[in-house]
Structures are given as C-alpha cells and as structure tokens.
Write a protein that binds this ligand. Structure first.
Ligand code: SAM
Ligand code: MD0
Ligand code: SF4
Length: 346
C-alpha cells in the first residue's frame, strides 16, 4: 500500500470497517520491516484520530505478592519459594502521599489472589476506600477472580476499573497457563464487573501461543468481553516456573498485536506496559498504537512490578517524570484528567 492507501485504510477503520479473520492472519504473518512500519503507521493514525497525542498514565501499586494460584507463567505462583510482602494500611497511606498530585490519571491496585483478602474482603475494601479518599483519583483493581458481592462493595468504595486478563481464549492453552482455574469463571467475573458498572480491562499473552490460529482465537475472544481497555504482553519466562531459564523472546510480536488491537478496538485504551522493557520499550509500544502508559513506579519504590524487567537494577527508571520527559521528546503529552474521566463515563 502507498501513503494514500494507508490513509484510506485508517479512515475506513475509523468509519467502522472491521478486519476479517483472513485480514488478521495476513497482518500476523507480516515479516517485512517496511510492511510492519506501515501497520504501525495505520495504527497510529487510528489512535491519533481518537486521542491525538494525549497519553494516560497509571501508577502501579503491587500491594500484596501472596497468591494461592499456580499460574505456570507467573513469578508469584504459590509454588515459588520467594520473599513475599503485603502492605499494611499504614504503608498504603504513606504511599498515597507520594501519588497525589503527581499527574497520574488512575491508580492500579494489584495483588496476587492473596488468601488474607479473599478470606476477609473488607480488608481490601478498606484499602480501596483509603486510596480513594487520600488520592481522589480513579482506581483500577487487579485482585483476581473475586465474587460479585465483593466487586460490588469495592465499586461502592471507589474502584472504577477491573483488570482481569484471560491470557488466552484458546482453552487448551488456558489450562496450561492458568492451571486449575476455571476459564468460564474468569470470563464471568469480568461480565459481573461490567454489570456492576466497572470499566474492564482484558488482555492476552503472546509468545506462548502454539500458532497464529491460537492468536486469532484470542483476538476474537477479547471482542466478546467488550473491554474498555485491552492489552497484550509478551510472555517473559520467570524463575520458579516450568519456563525458568528459557530465553525471553523479542517483543516484535507484541508490537504487531498492539497495532492489530488498535485496528480492532479503535477507540479503546491500549497500554504500553513499562513492566516489560521500561521506557525504551514504551516508545515502541506507543508507536505501535498504544495510548496508555502503565506500571509506572517511583524510582525509590521497593515494590514489585509483575514481570519486572528492572528486578535486579539498583534504581528503577520508570518514574512518572522520566516517562513524561520521554513522551515530550516524542511529541506526546499527558492527557487532562477530564479526558480520562470522560472515558470512564464520569
Ligand atoms: N493476580 C492477579 C491476576 O492474576 O489477575 C493480578 C496479578 S498481575 C496483573 C497478572 C498479570 O500479569 C497476568 O494476567 C499476566 O497477563 C501478567 N503476567 C504475569 N506474569 C507474566 C509474565 N511472566 N510475562 C508476561 N506477563 C505476565
Ligand atoms: C503492567 N505491571 O501494566 C502492570 C500489571 C495490572 N493491572 C497491570 C500487569 O504491566
Ligand atoms: Fe497469582 Fe495472578 Fe500470578 Fe496467577 S498471575 S500466580 S493469580 S499473581
């Protein structure tokens, strides 16, 4: 395609035309760098139509790394003998003072499926209420598959967004990844949250799927949850899992899928996670059509990310000031809070 054809393609997407399965498989088969750059160009054109050069920024707070689940891809799986932590309410209150007024659009409160909170969900409700009262921003919760009643209480106390990623809609692969966890329950938990009034984020992993058909199944599966935010993360092999020691693959596939997600979900939130390749990686993900920067953590934070490209580094380099500085070098800026609140339907 030449420049005009690319612009026409982007315009057609903005006007509602959709990709067929064959289109998606064609895009997933792109190998040539020039052709890939064209895909990124179209994705940016679609993103810019809805969001311009405005980017949303989420602070990431992994407040408990305890987990009862045994996901084969995750460092924090219950079988991994690692030091774990659970922030106290006082820890969280202190942390809030460093978040307020820093320019975040939302605070992402993430935990493992920690029995401490599953046995007494009111402790989690108290954390959400505290952060809402102290920081006064929209809150994303990433607590795993909790019951509808708890989701309702969390929403009533300030939770606006639920992040719960299916990882894959390929059932056989799901069973290998989210070992012992119900495929349907995870889907129904997002549906319950949507019924309650949450915005929801769904997501998939890449570089775990057996073939492109499996990726296509997952891309179509994401459509079924009608997500307000949709993500893809490159699977990064972790210690303490069956994949320990295997080489992390490149993020090329993730960038391609970000662009395909932008074309499939033109007006939705699509994140560039810092957890995988930090700020350098953010640039590529934004250039592939993402419009949110997630997993922003202050440089002196001792909290975990999730994948943690910087686990062994002395100092984190994914603080909000460094993010904004790099955004500006790309001609991008943080959006206004009012733009984000509009996305949340506030
Ligand atoms: N315990 C909650 C849950 O599982 O939904 C929240 C924890 S965190 C948000 C979990 C997410 O991080 C997973 O859904 C997965 O998408 C991502 N993740 C975990 N380990 C990963 C890895 N090794 N590589 C890439 N992404 C990973
Ligand atoms: C991220 N480390 O965006 C975070 C995490 C959870 N809602 C988000 C996976 O990479
Ligand atoms: Fe636990 Fe979530 Fe990790 Fe699975 S992905 S082991 S549920 S923290």
């Amino acid at each position: 395609m030449d420049q005009d054809e690319l612009d026409n393609f982007a315009e057609k997407i903005v006007n509602g035309s959709e990709l067929s399965d064959d289109n998606i498989l064609d895009l997933l088969s792109i190998k040539d760098k020039v052709e890939l750059d064209k895909l990124f160009y179209v994705a940016r054109a679609v993103r810019d139509h809805y969001f311009g050069n405005k980017v949303f920024l989420y602070s990431f707070v992994y407040f408990s790394t305890y987990c009862k689940n045994n996901c084969s891809f995750c460092y924090y799986n219950c079988g991994h003998d690692i030091p774990r932590y659970r922030l106290s309410l006082e820890d969280i209150e202190r942390l809030c003072d460093g978040l307020k007024g820093e320019g975040f659009h939302m605070i992402d409160l993430t935990m493992g499926e920690d029995p401490y909170f599953y046995d007494d969900p009111n402790k989690l409700v108290e954390i959400v209420r505290t952060v809402k009262d102290r920081v006064g921003l929209p809150i994303m919760v990433s607590p795993g598959v909790m019951d509808k009643d708890t989701f309702r209480k969390l929403h009533k106390n300030g939770a606006d967004f639920l992040a719960l990623y299916q990882e894959t809609y390929d059932r056989e692969l799901y069973g290998k990844l989210r070992r012992g966890q119900s495929f349907e329950e995870r889907i129904n938990a997002r549906k319950s949250a949507k019924d309650i009034g949450y915005c929801i984020e769904d997501g998939i992993l890449t570089r775990v799927e057996p073939d492109m058909r499996s990726t296509l199944t997952s891309l179509r599966g994401l459509e079924t949850s009608d997500p307000d935010m949709v993500r893809v993360m490159t699977f990064v092999p972790q210690d303490g899992t069956p994949y320990e020691g295997s080489e992390p693959g490149s993020s090329d596939q993730e960038l391609m899928i970000i662009s395909i997600l932008r074309i499939m979900f033109p007006d939705r939130l699509i994140p560039a996670s810092l957890d995988l390749e930090g700020i350098d990686g953010m640039v590529h993900r934004l250039n592939a059509g993402a419009n949110v920067v997630t997993s922003i953590i202050s440089s002196d934070s001792v909290l975990e990310g999730v994948v943690n490209y910087d686990r062994d580094m002395d100092e984190r380099d994914r603080d909000i000031k460094s993010v904004v500085k790099r955004l500006e070098s790309m001609g991008m800026v943080p959006a206004d809070q009012s733009d984000f609140n509009k996305v949340l339907g506030m």
